[in-house]
Design a protein around this ligand. Structure first.
Ligand code: C2E
Ligand code: CA
Ligand code: CA
Length: 611
């Protein structure tokens, strides 16, 4: 079709032989032949017309169609290439078809480019053709013309791409191994980390500490335990979310303070353990004052957060870490309810003390059931009239063998284990019932004060609990007074104001107990809506000899009166003391001078004779 002079022709890349398939005997020079051929041969149609006297050529999509055309005689010959002939024989069966070679059937197929094209292209093409095998070339052409995909041959594929496959396999292996390692380390990290705070958990702590101790033999380490005091109640006030945030915040602040190999883990809901070096634990404890202040202001809390520490010096490095932690916890229990010290270091004596305590713990519930706890009463005397105007209820534990155990011996234990709550409510019940008996019997009435551990006050249900007990018994509020030690006023100021106000609505009086025994704040007096101030008995000791002591008592009484507080002076033992107190207009006196705390029967007699 084109002018040969305008073309460049490459060397042939394919030589094809044309074969003829027929069901009849091939008759040479037969005219008016009907041919069938696959479409991929369309490029040879000129050749067909030249070689045969063609009546009609049918172009088939598939080889199968060609064979079908032969079988139903719509075609005389099927024109196929060398390669398809074999396949056709397989499809139709060897006996069915005859194969013959077409005359002049060798066709060389070349590439053609325009003369204008860069002549170097033809050089490149010729070079390529040299390297392309006949089979490849055939397949490429056939595929292109028939628009078919080459048949996938796994062997050939593997052979051809072996290096690539090997490389991919290698990369995959490396990637999978790396992924396994990463996943393993993530899993390990997750299983050693406390989800809430992000510090380690106790299991991990127990695993890692022996390794640190083994490696750094020259360093002296301590196990330090700490938790947030009455966290249970904190959550009741502020909710779980604030509680969690608080724990997270404290944990991260403490973690930032750790140095060297020191590590920290969370051990319980609100408890943490730290492996700390000897030189650092005091600094760490001191830093807590700032941490707690910071947390209090950043969380806008209106109650203080208190933290106590228990420490254990690691002398035996082979001891189980769990045992070390237990010993630190034991030391912490010793300061748990002690406002004076923030931390304690474990000693063997603590263990003995704990043994006595645990014996007491075993006995206490049964003792309460069997009414071994008895309420004693100590009268309060009006300094003007010298008549009884009230009493204080003081608890005694009377063992079955008759020995009397005094509150100083068991109250601190019960404050640590929480049993004090039950005991204090029990005393309130006893006193309320006693008061109701007096009311019902038309006896003279006066308020009786009941001591309340500061443990109770941190319970948000406290006011409800008190009211419930009193309502059930039916005792009027005026007959009950609650005494709370001064230390609590300093610790949880806002909370206390709230509680006192609520109780005041029920006519229940409030007394600040042991005023002057701790770090008294005169400010406290102006801020607390209390009714009574009880001056600690320490003030009266040696007051006869010390004018200074007398002056202080005088001024305190004056100040209390200015703030509309009644003043009770405790520990009055002598006539001189009574006279002094009466002179300075102190309202009420309480002490051995009038009566020791006595059992209820004796107290009834005392009241009768006094009035
Ligand atoms: P407190 O509330 O300061 O009670 C006064 C203590 O001083 C009582 O000791 C009482 O016997 C003693 N006392 C009274 N007058 C005199 C005196 O003239 N001279 C001397 N030297 N002592 C005097 P008690 O009964 O041994 O109680 C000790 C502490 O135990 C109480 O101190 C109180 O804090 C606590 N307590 C007593 N009963 C209870 C209770 O039912 N619940 C709670 N939570 N604590 C209680
Ligand atoms: Ca008291
Ligand atoms: Ca007192």
């Amino acid at each position: 079709l084109l002018d040969n002079s305008k073309l460049k022709i490459s060397s042939p890349y394919l030589t094809s032989q044309v074969l003829l398939l027929s069901t009849k005997q091939y008759i040479n020079e037969t005219t008016g032949l009907n041919l069938v051929a696959v479409k991929s041969m369309k490029h040879l149609s000129n050749y067909f017309y030249e070689q045969f006297e063609v009546n009609h050529i049918t172009w088939a999509d598939k080889l199968e169609y060609c064979i079908g055309a032969l079988e139903d005689n719509t075609a005389d010959f099927a024109v196929v290439d060398y390669y398809s002939a074999n396949k056709a024989m397989m499809i139709a069966g060897k006996e069915e078809l005859l194969i013959s070679q077409a005359i002049n059937s060798k066709i060389e197929i070349s590439l053609v480019i325009s003369n204008d094209t860069d002549s170097r292209l033809m050089g490149i093409l010729d070079n390529c053709i040299q390297y392309v095998s006949t089979m490849d070339a055939y397949e490429a052409v056939n595929m292109e013309l028939s628009n078919q995909k080459s048949v996938f041959n796994l062997n050939a594929f593997l052979h051809e791409y072996s290096t690539v496959i090997l490389l991919i396999a290698l990369i995959l292996t490396v990637a999978v191994t790396a992924l396994i390692i990463i996943l393993k380390s993530i899993f390990h990290r997750l299983s050693s980390i406390d989800k809430l705070t992000g510090c380690y958990n106790q299991t991990h702590f127990e695993n890692i500490v022996p390794k640190i101790l083994e490696e750094y033999t020259q360093r002296q380490y301590y196990i330090m335990i700490f938790d947030i005091y009455r966290f249970k109640y904190f959550i009741q006030y502020y909710g779980r979310k604030v509680g969690d945030d608080l724990l997270r915040s404290i944990a991260s602040k403490v973690c930032n303070l750790l140095a060297g190999e020191e590590i920290m883990a969370r051990t319980s809901e609100n408890g943490f353990v730290v492996l700390v070096e000897e030189g650092n634990y005091l600094d760490l404890i001191q830093e807590f004052y700032f941490i707690l202040d910071e947390v209090k202001s950043s969380f806008k809390l209106d109650i203080s957060i208190k933290v106590n520490f228990g420490l254990y010096r690691i002398d035996d490095r082979n001891e189980l870490v769990a045992t070390m932690i237990n010993k630190a916890i034991l030391a912490q229990r010793m300061v748990r309810d002690n406002s004076d010290s923030m931390f304690a270091i474990y000693t063997d004596e603590m263990e003995k003390k704990l043994l006595t305590e645990s014996r007491m713990e075993e006995e206490m519930k049964k003792a309460l059931e069997e009414q071994e706890f008895k309420v004693f009463y100590q009268p309060k005397i009006d300094l003007k009239t010298k008549k009884i105007v009230g009493a204080e209820a003081l608890i005694r534990w009377i063992k079955p063998d008759g020995t009397i155990v005094f509150p100083d011996q068991f109250i601190p234990v019960f404050e640590r284990n929480g049993f004090i709550e039950q005991l204090d409510y029990y005393v309130l019940k006893e006193v309320s019932s006693y008061q109701m008996k007096r009311v019902k019997n038309n006896l003279s009435t006066f308020s009786i004060s009941v001591n309340q551990s500061r443990y109770l006050l941190s319970n948000p249900q406290y006011v409800d609990n008190i009211c419930k007990i009193m309502d059930e018994i039916g005792v009027p509020g005026q007959l009950i007074e609650l005494e709370v030690t001064e230390t609590l006023y300093i610790e949880n100021h806002t909370l206390l104001v709230r509680v006192i106000k609520l109780l005041k609505e029920r006519d229940i009086k409030f007394a600040i107990d042991d005023f002057g025994s701790g770090y008294s704040s005169l400010n406290l007096l102006t801020e607390m809506p209390a009714d009574v101030l009880k001056i600690d008995r320490e003030f009266l000791i040696d007051s006869d000899k010390s004018q200074q002591k007398k002056d202080v008592i005088t001024k305190v009484v004056e100040l209390a009166h200015m703030l509309n507080l009644d003043v009770v002076c405790e520990g009055v033992e002598t006539k001189e003391q009574e006279e002094f107190l009466a002179n300075i207009s102190c309202d009420i006196a309480q002490g051995y001078y009038y009566s020791r705390p006595i059992p209820v029967d004796q107290f009834n007699l005392y009241v009768e004779s006094n009035l």
